[in-house]
Ligand binder design. Structure first.
Ligand code: FE
Length: 211
């Protein structure tokens, strides 16, 4: 699949969806049954794929990258220079994340990630995108009025802190390195990981303060 943006062509067909059963789980189960009966899919292979996306691919991967960047200046420098290579070394290369760029929040600059065309997102690092990330409102407003969007997520930027909005594509996806919270000095990587939220790596949140 060379490009992810084809599904925009379908926007005018939304009305067709109303005639289908409303419960997505029911529809998925029905599809799975039909495809299995026809011998087109192997339920064991399907279980393995679902296990991957439910249990092994998720924001904990990105959190590990961020915690290491906070802990290890040499790693951080390499991550900012070539994130794709660094995350591949960590075994985090995969579909929907072939080219990753890490962008770092600083006291001067806050970064926020969007895909204005659809929903491109760094799956191997953050898992499946949340619903709001794919919404028309977020995609349009993150670019037009990022500060208002951030405020709605509960993020108030410091006076004079600039906002940079990064527009993802199928070819290029972004990971925000949030600022390391005050009070986290001396915490090890595992403890730091717990401070790194999914939203902080999209830029719609900040890292948690240690309790
Ligand atoms: Fe997209």
């Amino acid at each position: 699949m060379p490009h992810d943006h084809h599904h925009h062509d379908d926007d005018h067909h939304d009305h067709d969806h109303s005639v289908l059963p409303s419960d997505p789980a029911l529809r998925v189960k029905a599809l799975e049954t039909v495809l299995t009966q026809k011998g087109l899919i192997d339920p064991a292979a399907l279980d393995a794929i679902i296990d991957t996306y439910q249990n092994r691919i998720g924001p904990q991967n990105g959190a590990r990258v961020v915690a290491r960047a906070w802990s290890d200046p040499a790693f951080r420098a390499r991550l900012l220079a070539d994130a794709t290579e660094v995350v591949a070394e960590m075994g985090l290369y995969g579909r929907q994340g072939e080219h990753i760029v890490a962008v770092e929040n600083t006291p001067d600059t806050h970064n926020i990630v969007v895909c204005t065309l659809c929903s491109c997102y760094p799956w191997p690092l953050l898992g499946i995108p949340p619903g709001w990330y794919k919404s028309d409102a977020y995609r349009a407003r993150a670019v037009r009025e990022p500060r208002a969007v951030l405020a709605e997520f509960g993020v108030t930027l410091a006076e004079g802190q600039a906002v940079r909005v990064w527009d993802s594509t199928a070819e290029l996806r972004y990971l925000v390195i949030p600022m390391r919270p005050e009070g986290s000095e001396g915490m090890d990587e595992d403890a730091l990981m717990a401070l790194v939220t999914r939203d902080s790596m999209i830029g719609t949140g900040l890292a948690r303060a240690p309790t």
